[in-house]
Design a protein around this ligand. Structure first.
Ligand code: ATP
Ligand code: MG
Length: 290
């Protein structure tokens, strides 16, 4: 599959398989082509060349709304909830095969009333699972960034998908919520779904992925189980950098744990950077005050 933007080849993948009922992490540096690959596979963008299939059915060129009906849903790196609809309304949009959406049937409530009730029930169950049930009447615009990520994931599940593709589900989410997001992703696998997720935090990847695909400059440069892939020199060079043995969760105080000498060094460096940023902000604040 190949996708070219002007002179830039964003995706050039020769062959890729996503294992069924497993969690696959798609990793790689910024600009590696991860989101573009998601867009292509889900029909949000069209490749210059290539073909792909889902569950044995060729779906090349099939638009996003149809691939979603076939059981393949995705979330976005930047969330796309509808701010001026309530949380519950956003959820109901995720349901498929709604009789009331047909133009004539829509005028006849007895045709879809019972289905509407069932959809609402399902939406409320999912909202409760994602701890958003108290927000059901709030506008989606009033949710925090992390809550919007949760809402988008909950909404994706309204269509009973087989394959869930999550583009940076943890990005911008409060560390206190990341653990529950991780649990939700593991739950999806327990429920029999297949999950592909893009993530930059290597410790998250190690904790939950069964399979890791590494992209760089549009290509798949490595794939395999996390333990072995993350030891490959090419992957370390391309992506993980020198600090790959240091748990950034511990450095940032998100997880309890012992810091190695290298970790302490990194924490100090991070502290210095923070202090510099703060000092800079303060001096700007003074300028603004003047
Ligand atoms: N619509 C577009 N028009 C032109 N260039 C694009 C477009 N979309 C993506 N690109 C380019 O394609 C390359 C791959 O981008 P992509 O968003 O897929 O990367 P990514 O791996 O998701 O990165 P990140 O980790 O930062 O999200 C980048 O160089 C990007 O600038
Ligand atoms: Mg991206």
């Amino acid at each position: 599959m190949r996708r070219v933007f002007g002179g830039l080849t964003a995706v050039d993948v020769e062959h890729l398989e996503i294992p069924r009922n497993a969690i696959t992490a798609l990793i790689g540096p910024n600009g590696a082509g991860k989101t573009t690959l998601f867009n292509l596979l889900t029909g949000f963008d069209k490749p210059n060349a290539g073909s792909w299939s889902f569950d044995g059915t060729a779906i090349s060129g099939i638009p996003a709304y149809k691939t979603a009906r076939m059981g393949q849903v995705r979330t976005f790196q930047l969330t796309k909830s509808l701010g001026l609809l309530t949380v519950l309304e956003n959820m109901k949009l995720g349901a498929t095969k709604q009789t009331g959406e047909r133009i004539w049937a829509g005028l006849l409530p007895f045709l879809w009333g019972r289905q509407e009730t069932a959809i609402e029930e399902k939406a409320r169950e999912l909202l409760a699972r994602f701890k958003l049930d108290t927000k059901e009447k709030d506008f989606a615009a009033s949710l925090s960034g992390g809550q919007r990520k949760l809402l988008e994931m909950a909404r994706a599940l309204m269509s009973d998908p087989q394959l869930v593709m999550l583009d940076e589900p943890m990005a911008g989410v409060n560390p206190a919520l990341t653990q529950s997001l991780l649990d939700h992703i593991l739950d999806l696998k327990d429920l029999g779904m297949t999950v592909v997720f893009v993530e930059h935090d290597m410790h998250m990847v190690r904790h939950i992925a069964d399979w890791v695909v590494v992209m760089a400059e549009g290509r798949v440069v490595a794939e395999g189980p996390p333990e072995s892939v993350m030891k490959e020199q090419a992957v370390i060079d391309a992506y993980l950098g020198a600090h790959q043995d240091v748990d950034l969760g511990v450095v940032t105080g998100r997880h309890a744990g012992e810091l190695s000498a290298e970790g302490r060094e990194l924490a100090e460096e991070a502290g210095e950077v923070d202090a510099a940023i703060e000092a800079d902000a303060e001096s700007h604040g003074e300028e603004d005050a003047r």
